[in-house]
Design a binder for this molecule. Sequence first.
Ligand code: TXA
Ligand code: MG
Length: 313
Amino acid sequence: MSLETETLNADANGVARAARYLNNGALLALPTETVYGLGADARNARAVARIFEAKGRPHFNPLIVHVPDAAAARELVAWPEAADRLAAAFWPGPLSLVLPIRPESGVAHLVTGGLQTLAVRVPAHPVAQDVLRAFGGPVAAPSANPSGKLSPTTAAHVLSGLSGKIAAVLDAGACPIGLESTIVALTPVPRLLRPGGLPADALEAALGLPLGGAGSGIEAPGQLASHYAPRAVLRLQVTDPRPEETVLGFGRVDSDLNLSPSGDLVEAAANLFGHLHRLDASETTAIAVTPIPESGLGRAINDRLRRAAAPRA
Ligand code: TXA
Ligand code: MG
């Protein structure tokens, strides 16, 4: 699929158009003080699925959700005292906090990759602030580069990787920091998951204690083999399900639940975690998944299903 990617100026008109794109479920690259983000409405599973499609990510890494202030963050995640301290000291700014997600957050499962935690960030860039306030909802945004490429710090970098794959890029010149945000998990012990634009010693000073390092926990949760395994036994690429199996279908097949009856991989990605949750909440003990093509988003879908099917640790 190829779009004409629009370059928007960072003025009132451009910001209004940017917010409209987000409202319509389209992809918008937007400036932050760290790097350009590839934004979509975090509550719209299909829009979030398009992020992974545009980046060509072979797996569903969890995404950072951007909000205009700490009050908006608190609607999405549980809020320990340490979050108050860090938010008061460093937000808005280059810090992402990983906290337990609230069940009523409304954020699509695909954003967290099925995890019970959510990364939230309040960017300081005035244009990011304008877009978040004009849009009025949470924006999921990884860095706006194709998978495996460098993070973009100008609109030209964004276009060189994603032109034709996103609706628009909002051009506010070069990102002042040019390094991704520092990611800290507060679940509940503070741990540094990724060094970034905010130095770790500043964080430790604000917390009054040393940070646990990456390595003391999950850094890339999407990579764990049996991460997010449903209770039931799962078989993949099944063309002749057994009578006792509940069939999770894709495309025009007989099934109990279908990821996309029309065979649309974006729809299937958007439905994946919700359907797995539904199956998990049901009585079923055996799930058969019909074949899903190993192309485009199908790679990420199959990757996640293989992890769900892997023997439990
Ligand atoms: O500066 C930044 O952080 C930029 C701008 C656009 O905000 N975003 C960014 O996103 O760098 P991305 O997707 O390239 O990197 C996000 C990292 C990933 O390594 C992901 O694994 C981690 O955040 N992450 C997101 N949610 C997480 C969670 N719930 N638990 C642990 N790690 C998480
Ligand atoms: Mg990135």
